[in-house]
Design a protein around this ligand. Structure first.
Ligand code: PLP
Length: 379
């Protein structure tokens, strides 16, 4: 029996959610399953396959459910994530960031021997040559996609001529198969206004269409065109350029994404499924109480967490130290006693999940399962 942490004995106990040892990351299974089904349906209607990004959840159990819902595989941001997913039996992994340096490339090639259809991106000719030399030496073949920069300039190649040269180089390199292109655009995902996002991203997609045509004219038509995120999923489903979608946050949602108008003139197809449950540990001060969730519990790169507990209307969270958070009480609120559970919406789901060991899966007020966040960490 695996060790599932301090809440293991509460699984299937009626009413156990409120008894959890905290801070506990909570997954509302009904909302999670609805998000999974909605996204599968929307992409299916647009004829786009799914390769969701596992950087969001870092949890092989969720990856398994995404595959069971029809995904081709999952994306991974790092070799470490890919390693954990593959060891857990997840197939169809695409590593969405360049893998650089002899030590990592050697690990990558060994991993490639243990799985089906491992893919990765490359944006540099020297990297392509390193991948080719190691794959050839080890008598294996790797699927490589050209990483394209459509405007974010984080990784990827921007100029059409250089993209064609990179595709040709991959195609001509022993030990490598030219599998297609990736064009993920990060910054635009969180532009809150739909029309503003559509305008800026639309121009990037126009450029992507030019690239796809230029590759086809050069007899390098990409088999895979991979990209997209939660913020652009609706636009991607209209434009239908991608053959597969890399959406990550849709399964959880968070304060940042809840502020984004995901669909034009319609409600979001995705609801919050991820919460943090904390506990009031001190209530001596006036107007606020202190909970056991601070910097080490929530990502701090974005907005603050939002209070979701119904009995605390109008209350807000403020940062209060490494292990502490402040709940500033709404005017109508009675001061909660120590030991009271407080539930919050996470500010930015990906880096918050990476701070925790387990997802506590609930239905209604009952803990029904615990899933390890087995790919957390950075190596
Ligand atoms: C390369 C790549 N693809 C897909 C995603 C998923 O994006 P989102 O969480 O906005 O759906 C990310 C997120 O950062 C990413 O870096």
């Amino acid at each position: 029996m695996p060790n599932l942490g301090p809440n293991q004995s509460l699984i299937d106990v009626p009413g156990s959610k409120k008894a959890l040892t905290t801070p506990a990351l909570i997954l509302d299974l009904d909302a999670f399953e609805a998000n999974l089904a909605n996204h599968t349906r929307l992409c299916g209607e647009a004829g786009i396959r799914l390769r969701p990004h596992s950087k969001t959840h870092k949890c092989s159990e969720i990856a398994r459910r995404q595959l069971a819902a029809g995904a081709l595989g999952v994306c991974c941001a790092t070799l470490h994530e890919a390693n954990i997913m593959i060891d857990a039996g997840i197939t169809g992994v695409l590593i969405t960031s360049p893998v650089v340096g002899a030590a990592k490339i050697n690990r990558l090639i060994q991993l490639n021997k243990n799985t089906e259809k491992l893919k990765l991106v490359a944006d540099n000719p020297t990297n392509v040559s390193d991948l080719s030399n190691t794959a050839t030496r080890e008598n294996t073949t790797l699927d490589v996609l050209v990483d394209i920069d459509v405007g974010m300039a984080r990784t990827g190649i921007h100029a059409v001529s250089e993209i064609i040269a990179q595709a040709r180089l991959i195609s001509d390199s022993p030990g490598l198969t030219y599998a297609g292109i990736q064009a993920y655009s990060g910054r635009v995902q969180h532009i809150e206004d739909y029309l503003e996002r559509e305008k800026e991203y639309g121009e990037q997609l126009d450029y992507l269409e030019t690239i796809v045509k230029a590759l086809a004219d050069a007899r390098l038509k990409p088999g895979i065109i991979s990209g997209g995120g939660t913020g652009t999923h609706a636009i991607d489903c209209i434009r239908k350029i991608f053959t597969e979608h890399q959406t990550g946050s849709y399964i959880f949602m968070d304060v940042e994404y809840n502020a984004v108008e995901l669909v034009k003139d319609a409600s979001s197809p995705f609801a919050t499924s991820l919460y943090m449950q904390c506990t009031v540990i001190s209530n001596n001060a006036g107007g606020f109480v202190t909970i056991d969730g601070g910097y080490k519990c929530f990502a701090t790169d974005g907005p603050k967490p939002e209070v979701a507990t119904e009995s605390l209307p109008g209350s807000s969270y403020d940062r209060f130290g490494d292990e502490h958070g402040k709940i500033i009480l709404g005017e109508q609120c009675q001061k909660p006693i120590i030991g009271t559970p407080v539930t919050l919406i996470t500010p930015h789901c990906d880096p918050t999940v990476n701070l925790h060991n387990y997802l506590h899966c609930v239905r209604g007020d009952k803990l029904v399962d615990i899933w390890p966040i087995d790919a957390r960490g950075v190596l």
